[in-house]
Design a protein. Structure first.
Length: 388
């Protein structure tokens, strides 16, 4: 059964063109010219599906339809599209649970990746939704917080090392919801976490500017590495310029795995393609595989398909198998992590004291020692922060 995309937009030319492109990508596309028409026909089936929704429409607007669906108990993931870049509307949509918000003109490759990630999130996040609900339903005397975190501290094993130490020190349990950075920040925007720990400084600063977080604390850093098969089909091993290496992969049509999940690693990858002078939405061919998955899965797929992939060093060390480092050491591969308390003034359910206690411990000399002490086969994975 094909994945279903419900496409709701009053712009007939956009509706026809995008329906055709998504059908060519293998989706079962159901197009509607108005929100009311969608409501008459949709049943929010349990199969993999997604709603692509215009913001400004006559009659029922996109935001009004989103609100109506929430009242109906729908779990259908929503990707908003809009003809105007309005941060206030975007924030409103995301806080209400939207997966993404894209501004027209929209590249079909960009929309395709967002839809794939939205569908994957719907299938994958349901256990996390249950976890979050159960945690916030616990008795207030049970000291416990939710940390929405980028996947690398979890996939690398760092959390498994430091969280027992934090609980021993404070008595506070930490439940981790491991997601890509973009999704982790959106979890914070919805008030479903007490703390976010991510690694995309520009997105963190945007989160703060929206009033979603209290303060950003630099907490640790490591670096990205470009890894690939020992056979090195693109001939890039030992290159010192990461952008030149990426361009060579493209020219050679060598397989490359992109997480395409709005994670910090994905954002870093897109920045590197841009620095290389490559419009990856236009240049991506069959060699460029968008998977909308976490770092551990991306490494597994790279192994299985003899492909290159950008990884944080820590997760690669934990899951490297037959992959080797091809390019490292370029200053543009620095990978900084920040931690923030979700703003309790905006989200009253946030465990303010316990969340701040976690942050204070992470940046203390004791927490920093715990981070830097973590090693795999004698190799250090993360380094203590510096103020940035």
């Amino acid at each position: 059964m094909r994945n279903i995309v419900h496409l709701v937009d009053d712009d007939a030319s956009f509706l026809v063109a995008m329906k055709r492109r998504l059908e060519l990508a293998g989706f079962d596309v159901r197009a509607y010219a108005a929100a009311e028409q969608f409501l008459e026909h949709q049943d929010d089936g349990q199969g993999p599906s997604c709603l692509v929704l215009d913001v400004d429409m006559p009659g029922l607007s996109g935001l009004e339809l989103q609100s109506r669906l929430r009242v109906l108990g729908s779990t259908l993931p929503i990707v908003f599209v809009s003809g105007r870049a309005d941060d206030r509307i975007r924030t409103t949509a995301i806080e209400a649970g939207a997966h993404d918000f894209l501004t027209k003109p929209i590249n079909s490759g960009q929309l395709l990746r967002s839809i794939q990630a939205a569908i994957a999130r719907r299938e994958r996040v349901r256990p996390n939704d249950v976890l979050i609900a159960s945690i916030h339903a616990q008795d207030a005397s049970d000291k416990s917080i939710v940390v929405a975190s980028t996947t690398s501290p979890e996939d690398s094993g760092l959390f498994g090392h430091i969280l027992p130490l934090f609980k021993q020190k404070t008595g506070i349990s930490v439940k981790v919801v491991a997601q890509g950075t973009g999704q982790a920040l959106d979890t914070g925007r919805r008030g479903e976490a007490d703390v976010v720990l991510v690694h995309a400084k520009s997105e963190e600063e945007k989160f703060l500017s929206e009033g979603q977080g209290v303060k950003r604390y630099p907490v640790m850093y490591n670096d990205f590495v470009l890894v690939g098969p020992k056979s090195n089909p693109a001939g890039i091993k030992g290159m010192e310029d990461i952008t030149a290496a990426l361009k060579k992969i493209m020219i050679k049509n060598a397989s490359f795995i992109s997480r395409s999940d709005r994670s910090g690693t994905h954002i870093a990858e897109l920045d590197l393609w841009k620095a290389a002078g490559v419009d990856i939405d236009q240049e991506a061919g069959s060699w460029y595989k968008s998977i909308c998955q976490g770092m551990g899965t991306a490494l597994e797929i790279a192994v299985a398909s003899d492909a290159y992939v950008l990884s944080d060093r820590g997760t690669w060390l934990k899951n490297k198998r037959d992959l080797v480092i091809e390019v490292e050491g370029d200053a543009r591969l620095l990978n900084q992590y920040g931690v923030m308390l979700v703003n309790p003034a905006k989200h009253p359910n946030v465990q303010k004291e316990a969340g701040q206690a976690f942050i204070d411990w992470m940046i203390s000399s004791e927490g920093q020692k715990a981070i830097t002490d973590y090693r795999i086969n004698g190799e250090q994975l993360f380094w203590r922060h510096w103020l940035s």
